[in-house]
Design a protein around this ligand. Structure first.
Ligand SMILES: [Zn+2]
Length: 260
């Protein structure tokens, strides 16, 4: 899409010499795709990654900003996972390893080891293997915007400290639980910066990364049934009209809350 809101943002990027980048959000990789609406089968996951590798280039989330500015004409795409689900370990990680694709896993630290979530030993193995970088996803999977400043700070700093104690390495990446616009704020971004985070991803739709706001990065996601043409369209920003739809939804939500 070259007209409308995403269109002028794209032109600003071109003027700045930046290439647009895409961050993909996954949750569950499982052969039983009916378990959750966002579930992708292992075979589909492998096909999606192969397509991305053929047409674009797969980079680590922490390298995304550099890749937007390095002169390589291929669009950088970063793969991310939220929630540290057990089926990632069982089905998702073997696919990443088989294709040698790097990814980031965002872990709510209070969930580690509960049923259907990875154990501390599995998360440590991901870190030691080096293909999957571990990021924080709060302690309790809280909606950051709903918290008072002290609770917001605890969710940010205690999740980072718990992961750093587990892994013995710095943790600088964060994903907002739920991640829609009403789940984070400028205040929560300031808390993340103070807690030592360098990049944070939301669940707001979009491929054009706001480089001036590294703590509010947008992501896209796929459905198990997405055709190749749909995957490419989503990666290349032709679904970025959803940015305007989500903004309209936020306005409607604010009006409803004010009327209530
Ligand atoms: Zn989550």
């Amino acid at each position: 899409m070259t007209t409308g809101w995403p269109g002028w943002r794209r032109r600003l990027y071109e003027v700045a010499g930046l290439r647009p980048a895409t961050i993909v959000m996954y949750h569950s990789i499982n052969p039983q795709t009916g378990l959750r609406p966002d579930c992708i089968s292992p075979d589909t996951f492998a096909r999606q990654l192969s397509l991305i590798r053929e047409r674009y280039r797969l980079v680590r989330l922490r390298d995304l900003r550099r890749a937007m500015n390095d002169g390589d004409p291929r669009r950088p795409v970063a793969i991310t996972f939220d929630d540290a689900l057990g089926d990632f370990w069982e089905y998702g990680y073997p696919v990443l390893k088989g294709l040698d694709v790097p990814a980031t896993m965002f872990v709510p630290t209070a969930w580690i080891g509960i049923p259907n979530v990875m154990t501390a030993a599995q998360i440590t193995t991901l870190h030691v293997d080096g293909l999957v970088e571990i990021g924080a996803h709060t302690v309790t999977h809280a909606s950051m915007r709903s918290l008072d400043p002290a609770a917001m700070w605890r969710e940010a700093i205690e999740s980072r400290r718990a992961l750093e104690a587990l892994l013995g390495s710095p943790v600088r990446l964060f994903a907002y639980p739920f991640g829609q616009r009403h789940h984070f704020s400028r205040a929560s971004g300031r808390v993340l910066a103070r807690a030592g985070y360098e990049l944070a991803v939301t669940s707001c739709w979009g491929t054009l990364q706001p480089v001036d706001r590294p703590l509010e990065l947008r992501r896209i996601d796929f459905k198990d049934g997405d055709a190749e043409s749909t995957l490419a369209a989503k990666i290349e920003g032709r679904y970025d009209w959803r940015i305007a739809v989500e903004a309209a939804g936020l306005v409607a939500r604010a009006l409803r809350l004010r009327a209530a």
